[in-house]
Design a protein around this ligand. Structure first.
Ligand code: TRP
Length: 375
């Protein structure tokens, strides 16, 4: 059964549940649909297939790319639980922006995990390295022009570190309590500080101790937009230092195996990047929500529905980069020629081929780790 249907939609930085209506979110949050991108973007399947579907102020970044001017890609990760295929959507964007010439800033949100999830800082370090950073490297992130830091330990360089924490404090003067309530709903002191620290994450690359004023693109899941709204608003109120307005892009959530949310706290909802091939097969066969019909006869007659079929969605969003092959699978599934079991076999093979290479690369990545961590 598909979980979570008919539940009220809740999407904010601390909670995501219910059936997600992206058109409604575009309107409610006031982000813009993403269209008419230069051709390099269409070489990337996340952009081409509208997995990245909305933005704020991306024009400034497109200009920087076109004119070969410097810009920063800044994003962050909450180091909790297993790194799963849903997380690889952000990782691929980091690598893509890096290939376009962006300087990369990545925040490990260990203080946010401490405040919002009750997780110790020690646990966060372990998970950040084992689950996130090693996978980023294995997926293709390069050490050149890339800084990965922990929120609890910005830098060993005191001037840089001071500037980052100072900014969080300076920004607080430009936000009101009512604004916090309006943006986040329920708010605690810890969450308020996390929001301000995230604002500093996104804005500090523009400080003189870092890159100076520079265009910054922040790719995130749509649940993070409240943080962007707040940071964008206060960044224009503070006059010293001055900030170029933040740009951002928003990606869809990869559906969980059961059609609801993919969540690191529920192993039946995800495929992790360290998953064993037998386990992948078992999980897809047992849990992947199918848009097919109840019996083979009915399926042959009526066909399946790829739009709600999780296996098809995984092929579309991640694992079948060839548009022609994907279109054929879609057609055959709709016509009833391709059965759910056959569709699942295609996906299992794709995922396991990918994981085999990836897991080798992840072992190699261990040797490179030092080059990525803050100095
Ligand atoms: N709040 C983000 C999350 O829950 C993590 C994060 C921290 C972040 N700082 C950031 C994301 C800066 C984007 C930009 O995943």
């Amino acid at each position: 059964m598909k979980k979570d249907v008919n539940k009220k939609q809740v999407v904010n930085p601390w909670e995501v549940y219910g059936d997600i209506n992206y058109d409604k979110l575009i309107k409610e949050f006031g982000v813009s649909p993403l269209k008419d991108l230069p051709s390099v973007f269409n070489e990337n399947i996340l952009f081409r297939r509208k997995v990245i579907f909305a933005h704020r102020d991306i024009q400034r970044i497109l200009e920087a790319v076109k004119n070969k001017k410097p810009f920063v890609m800044m994003t962050g990760l909450m180091p909790t639980g297993k790194f799963h295929i849903g997380h690889s959507i952000i990782a691929q964007q980091m690598i893509f922006w890096q290939s376009l010439g962006a300087k990369i800033y990545i925040a490990v949100a260990d203080l946010e995990a401490y405040n919002a999830r009750g997780q110790s800082l020690e646990e966060s370090i372990k998970i950040a390295i084992e689950e996130y950073i090693l996978n980023y490297i294995a997926l293709g992130l390069k050490p050149k022009n890339c800084e990965i830091y922990f929120q609890s330990e910005r830098s060993n360089n005191a001037e840089k570190s001071n500037a980052y924490y100072k900014l969080q404090n300076l920004l607080s003067r430009y936000a009101t309590f009512n604004e916090f309530k309006a943006v986040y709903g329920e708010i605690s002191p810890g969450k308020m500080l996390s929001a301000l620290l995230q604002a500093s994450d996104m804005l500090h690359p523009q400080l003189p101790e870092f890159e100076n004023q520079i265009p910054v693109i922040v790719p995130v899941g749509i649940d993070q937009d409240p943080h962007l709204r707040l940071a964008r608003d206060i960044s224009q109120r503070i006059k010293n230092p001055k900030f170029i307005q933040l740009s951002s892009t928003y990606n869809l959530f990869l559906p969980g195996l059961n059609g609801g949310k993919m969540s690191s706290s529920d192993p039946t909802s995800y495929i992790s990047l360290t998953e064993d091939p037998k386990e992948v097969e078992k999980k897809i066969k047992k849990y992947a929500f199918s848009g097919g019909q109840a019996t083979i006869e009915e399926h042959r007659k009526l066909g399946g529905n790829p739009d709600i079929d999780v296996s098809f969605q995984y092929l579309k969003m991640l694992f079948e980069p060839d548009d022609k092959k994907l279109a054929k699978i879609e057609q055959d599934y709709k016509s009833g020629k391709l059965l759910t079991g056959e569709l699942k076999e295609i996906l299992i093979k794709k995922i396991n081929d990918f994981l085999k290479e990836h897991q080798k690369a992840r072992e190699q990545a261990k040797k490179q780790l030092d080059k990525f961590l803050i100095k």
